[in-house]
Structures are given as C-alpha cells and as structure tokens.
Design a binder for this molecule. Structure first.
Ligand code: FAQ
Length: 310
C-alpha cells in the first residue's frame, strides 16, 4: 500500500469524510460516480410517474402539494448532480449516460401510475423505501454525498407522510376508494422492495462499497427494515398485506417475507419494464426542448466574463 492509500484507509476506518480534493482510489471515485449519478437520475426520472397526475389531482390542496413534491424531486436531482460533479465528471456526460441507457435509474419508475391511489402509494412506499436507504447514506464516507443526504432526507420524510395521508383518505373512504388504495398497494409493494437491489449474495458492488463505507448497510438489511416498518402501516390503513407469507419471527425479531420475483426485477433493470422507453424518450424530448435555455445561459455568462476581463 502506498502512503496515500494508507492515509485514505485510515480516514475511512476513523469515519472521517473523504472530500473532493482528497486523494482517493480510482475505483472508489468510479463507484461513487456510478451510484450517485444513478441516484440523481432516479430523482429526475422519478418526477414523471407522479407528474402525470398533477393536472388530475382530486382537489386544489392535493394539486398544490403534489406540485411542490415533484419540484422537490427535481431539486434532489440537482443537488446530487452537483455532488457527483465534484468527482471530476461533467453534467453533460452524466446526462448522456442516462439517455444512452448506460446508466441506470431506480426500477420502480418504470411502472405506470394508473390511478390517483398510485400517487399516494408512491409517496408512502417509494419515498418510504428511499428514506430507509438514504438515512443510512447520511453516514456515507464521501462528504458531499453525505451532506446532500441530510438535506434530502428532511424533505423526503414530508413526502412520505403526504403519500400516506392521501392513501389513508382513500382507505377510509367509499368501498370503491378503499379498493383503489388496495390495488395501488398491491401493485407498488413488490417493486418498492426491489428498490433495495438484489440479495446481498447477488450484489456486485456491495462488498467493496461496504469496505469503503460508501454503503453503510447492506441491501437485505435495509429491505428488512422497510418490510418491518410497513406491516403496522398497512394495518392502520385497514388494507390486506400483499405478501401472503408475511409472518412475525420471534427468534429473529423481524418479519419473514415471501420471495421477490427476481426475473421481473432483472427484466425491468435491463430495459424491459412497462415504461422504460417512454421515460427515457420523455427525458430526451424535455432536454432537447431546453437547449435554448442552456444556450442562453452560456451566452450570457460568456458576455459577463468578457466584460469582466476588459
Ligand atoms: N433499480 O451491486 P448492486 C427516490 C443495479 S431515490 C435499478 O447491489 P449497488 C426518490 C445496480 O445499479 C431512489 N437498478 O448495486 C424519489 C447495479 O447496476 P450497475 C434511488 C438497480 O449500487 C421518490 C446492479 O443492479 N435511490 O426514489 C436497482 O451496490 C419518489 C447490481 O446491484 C438510490 O439510488 C434498482 N432498484 O446497490 C424520487 C439510493 N438495484 O450500476 C421521485 C442510492 C440495483 O452495475 C419520486 N443507491 N440495481 O449497472 C444505492 O443505495 C444503491 O445503488 C442500490 C444498489 C441499493 C440501489
């Protein structure tokens, strides 16, 4: 080990943060760029399923709340892109990787939002799963990522509560509304569990990411936390649990759960989900439409800098 490597590992072991100007192994930098950019892409692509319901929200209050929630997700994407850029990669390169399919984003956003209930289910389950993961990432070893997570978690917990409250209103409503809530729970529960990634035994990046403290808890441990916290929430809603095998295990102090359909998971992350093509095409169209804005900002900055240089 070189003295640089030793110093890096000493900091990791002492739980000190690694900052952009510090020396870091190339593989650490690359792994962070991969994970952080995919996280940023998830926030941005994640605006589409809920954005689909802004014009059809059932009341002005729900519309205002959803609009600001979706805007928050855009903000999260921007913090995360900025944090990723501190690793020496440009925003344009990151966006190109998303649009070419080289970089992934969370599989959950390739499922369609068919009813208003789905908007509640996303806030509750998708933001809920994201929080479980992100709370753990607040302690990640890379300084800018860790600080970004602290702020994002504060906003995300509001999102989770608004989703749960929207679903509670449906669950306590007419029989048709209750059925809508149940149907949304049934469709989003399993994809939410998939957000934590493959089993630890199948996870390509986990071992190294745990050693470098990029990840602080494993995919399966985080998924178990989410499974455990969701059971009483479903009970309060008065809905049926979508997992018929869910059962409290006294010995483990956790719920035992049924197996995820991993064929579905791999099919969706390999581009064959319901909405993969639509999501990326929409991103490309929106990005192209915004070209004139980026050109105008660049021209303005060039003019300002030229004036400064005079
Ligand atoms: N979807 O070796 P691992 C949000 C890929 S934020 C798609 O276990 P890793 C907010 C993985 O990338 C949600 N791909 O990988 C919101 C890798 O592929 P690669 C996003 C997945 O990185 C709410 C391969 O499988 N949160 O939702 C998925 O160690 C509502 C092997 O897997 C984050 O990104 C998946 N579910 O662990 C916004 C959190 N799972 O890169 C709008 C940060 C795995 O080799 C509305 N990320 N893959 O081609 C992480 O914690 C980790 O990256 C994991 C995956 C846990 C997601």
């Amino acid at each position: 080990m070189t003295s640089q490597e030793e110093n890096f590992m000493r900091k990791i072991e002492a739980d000190e943060k690694i900052e952009p100007k510090d020396w870091m192994p190339e593989a650490y930098r690359k792994n962070l760029i991969r994970q952080m950019s995919q996280h940023a892409h998830s926030e941005v692509i994640g605006m589409q399923p809920e954005g689909n319901w802004i014009t059809r929200a059932p009341s002005l209050r729900r519309k205002a709340v959803l609009l600001s929630k979706v805007q928050d997700e855009a903000g999260h994407g921007l913090y995360l892109y900025s944090a990723t850029e501190t690793l020496g990669i440009s925003r344009a390169e990151l966006i190109a990787a998303l649009q070419s399919g080289e970089a992934k984003y969370a599989s959950i956003f390739n499922y369609p939002t068919l009813t208003w209930g789905d908007v509640g289910a996303i806030g509750w389950l998708v933001d809920g799963a994201a929080i479980v993961n992100q709370v753990s990432l607040q302690r990640t070893s890379y300084g800018p990522y860790s600080r970004g997570m602290i702020r994002i978690c504060k906003e995300e917990s509001f999102h989770q509560r608004q989703g749960y409250e929207a679903l509670l209103a449906l669950a306590k409503g007419s029989p048709e509304q209750k059925q809508m809530a149940q149907d949304s729970l049934n469709r989003f529960y399993w994809p939410a569990l998939m957000m934590f990634g493959p089993h630890d035994s199948e996870s390509a990046h986990s071992a190294k990411s745990m050693e470098w403290k990029i990840k602080r808890e494993t995919n399966d441990d985080l998924r178990q936390k989410f499974i455990d916290q969701t059971v009483p929430q479903i009970e309060v809603l008065g809905l049926e649990h979508p997992d018929k095998e869910i059962k409290w295990n006294e010995e483990r102090g956790h719920y035992d759960a049924g197996e995820i359909d991993w064929d579905e998971f791999y099919s969706v992350i390999n581009g064959n989900g319901h909405c993969n093509r639509q999501r990326v095409e929409h991103h490309i169209a929106a990005h192209d439409e915004g070209t004139w804005v980026r050109d105008a900002i660049t021209a303005y900055n060039e003019k300002k800098n030229a004036k400064k240089a005079q």
